[in-house]
Design a protein around this ligand. Structure first.
Ligand code: PMM
Length: 264
């Protein structure tokens, strides 16, 4: 899954694809590099970010979804708003990726149920402005599994077919580096929930933490080799997809993981 953030302020690629033409071109380039689907978002969720208003989110996202879908690209929409999800599906998106797992907007679950599209349920504990305060766990793997199972039950009770769910540990969302690493080390426990697992590690803080030399983490754009390493690990552990900003190295990493698997 390649990422196109149509935002001025995403922590990893903010401002680079902020106009429709550049964003559509970026999505097409990601497909050329090996992306099977392109995730289009118009709201930054970096730690501390405040929310974008609805009209602005629609203005950013819908033309890009429409432009990519018209070119035959498989598009997902990264949004916490039902109105954006609905209009994106009407414009050609085939999957709704809601980092709040349906918690941010009470209309999201019924909208996705009515649209009949797959839905990503990510582990989420609250909006970005104070999510770091919520990074408190007794046992992060067990707690995330329990909270995800509860969300899966809730969205199914809300009408989304269980076979349409994809689950995601929500790396970096109300999590410290040690939590992200523990979740990656125990992907099998997420897989045991019985749904495809999406892993979105690309350029995130925990990679900066792992790579830091003498206290200074490398900037986000210098974390792509580390991202590809996570992609290989995630593929090896049976992830369904990895969400990344630079696709080429990850596509290779996934191919290598598959080849090793095939040689078992
Ligand atoms: N992370 C970001 C945005 N969308 N979607 C899912 N399903 N999982 C994630 O972990 C996730 C996401 C934030 O990253 P970005 O701003 O660098 O794209």
């Amino acid at each position: 899954m390649g990422v196109v953030n149509v935002t001025p302020d995403s922590f990893s690629d903010g401002g680079r694809w902020f106009d429709t033409t550049a964003a559509v071109k970026r999505g097409l380039d990601l497909v050329t590099e090996g992306a099977d689907l392109v995730d289009v978002g118009g709201e930054s969720t970096r730690p501390g970010a405040s929310r974008v208003d609805e009209d602005e989110e629609l203005r950013r996202v819908i033309p890009v979804v429409r432009g990519l879908a018209a070119e035959g690209v498989t598009v997902s929409v990264d949004t916490m708003r039902a109105s954006v999800a609905e209009k994106a599906v009407a414009a050609g998106a085939v999957l709704v990726n809601d980092v709040s797992g349906g918690l941010a907007d009470p209309r999201m679950v019924p909208s996705v149920a009515a649209a009949g599209v797959p839905f990503v349920v990510m582990h989420w504990r609250g909006f970005s402005h104070d999510m770091n305060n919520r990074a408190v766990y007794a046992d992060v793997v067990a707690d995330v599994v329990t909270e995800l199972r509860d969300r899966m039950d809730a969205v199914v009770a809300g009408g989304i077919a269980p076979e349409r769910l994809v689950i995601d540990p929500g790396l970096g969302f109300a999590k410290q580096a040690e939590h992200d690493l523990a979740l990656l080390a125990h992907l099998a426990e997420l897989r045991a929930l019985g749904r495809p697992v999406l892993v979105a590690a690309s350029r995130k803080r925990f990679l900066g933490h792992v790579l830091a030399k003498e206290g200074a983490p490398p900037p986000a754009r210098e974390r792509d080799a580390a991202t590809a390493a996570v992609s290989a690990i995630a593929a090896h552990e049976g992830a369904w997809a990895v969400r990344v900003h630079e696709v080429r190295a990850t596509a290779d990493a996934v191919r290598v993981a598959r080849a090793v698997e095939a040689a078992r």
